[in-house]
Design a protein. Structure first.
Length: 78
C-alpha cells in the first residue's frame, strides 16, 4: 500500500475540523444549562462557542488552498 503525500490545504482542513468540534462541544455544554434549569455559564463560555465558526473558516481556507494547488498543477501539465 502506497501512501499519498498530503495535498496543500490538508493540514488546514484537519485543524479546522478540530477547532469546529471544540466549538460544537462548547455550544452543547453552554446550551445545556438552559434546558436543565441551572445557572448559565459566564460570557466567556459563549465566546468559546464562536470557535465553531472559526473552525469552519479555517477548513474552508484549506479547501480553497487545495483547489488553487490543483489548478496550478493542471495548468503546468498542459
Amino acid at each position: 500500500m502506497t501512501a499519498t503525500p498530503p495535498a496543500a490545504g490538508d493540514g488546514l482542513v484537519r485543524v479546522g475540523a478540530i477547532v469546529f468540534i471544540v466549538g460544537a462541544v462548547a455550544t452543547l455544554v453552554t446550551v445545556a444549562p438552559l434546558f436543565l434549569g441551572t445557572e448559565p455559564f459566564p460570557p466567556i463560555a459563549y465566546a468559546v462557542c464562536m470557535l465553531m465558526g472559526v473552525g469552519f473558516l479555517i477548513a474552508a481556507a484549506g479547501v480553497l488552498r487545495s483547489i488553487a494547488s490543483q489548478r496550478r498543477q493542471a495548468k503546468s501539465a498542459l
